[in-house]
Design a protein. Structure first.
Length: 174
């Protein structure tokens, strides 16, 4: 949306905010799990808003994210990580879980985490994250390997803006 002094109307604002949310399948599961009417983008953002792609944060009036040094993170064991990845099928983005306020667009289930050395932690209360983990898509064989290949290919392209270490992958099916 371009900068302007006049307020933007619904036809402009609604698609922008809807674009911050997961795509249809995950969105429908979230609506159902949270008891929201289908297609209620603003109601869904009110519950899961928090951190969104593009350095945008959405919080209800009177609620603000914790400062990075004060916010919590749950260090995950392998067992707890498996539980979280399995839970994403019924509760995309862990929407509605206490301390979890995050919205990431796209079709695939995912969760944002903090990777620090050999540890993986689940961010709470607005703490910035470093990585996105995606579980295996049961109906589409090879998606993990395909995503890994595409990331490695992109990293080798001359105009690449990808930096950092290789992604951690697991082809474990739950």
């Amino acid at each position: 949306m371009p900068l302007q002094e006049e307020p933007f109307g619904d036809p402009v604002v609604r698609p922008v905010f809807s674009g911050l949310l997961p795509d249809e399948g995950a969105r429908q599961r979230l609506d159902g799990a949270l008891g929201l009417s289908a297609g209620n983008a603003f109601g869904l953002l009110e519950v899961i808003g928090g951190e969104c792609a593009g350095a945008l944060s959405l919080y209800p009036t009177g609620m603000a994210p914790e400062c990075a040094g004060q916010s919590q993170a749950e260090i995950l064991t392998s067992q707890r990580l498996d539980e979280i990845l399995s839970r994403l099928r019924t509760r995309p983005l862990l929407g509605g879980d206490e301390g979890s306020r995050l919205s990431l667009a796209g079709t695939q289930d995912k969760v944002a985490v903090i990777v620090d050395g050999d540890s993986i932690a689940l961010a709470r209360d607005g703490r910035p994250t470093t990585h996105i983990l995606k579980p295996v898509i049961q109906a589409l064989e090879g998606t993990v390997e395909n995503e890994y290949f595409c990331m490695r290919l992109a990293a080798r392209m001359p105009a690449s803006s990808l930096a950092g270490s290789s992604p951690a992958l697991s082809s474990k099916s739950s």
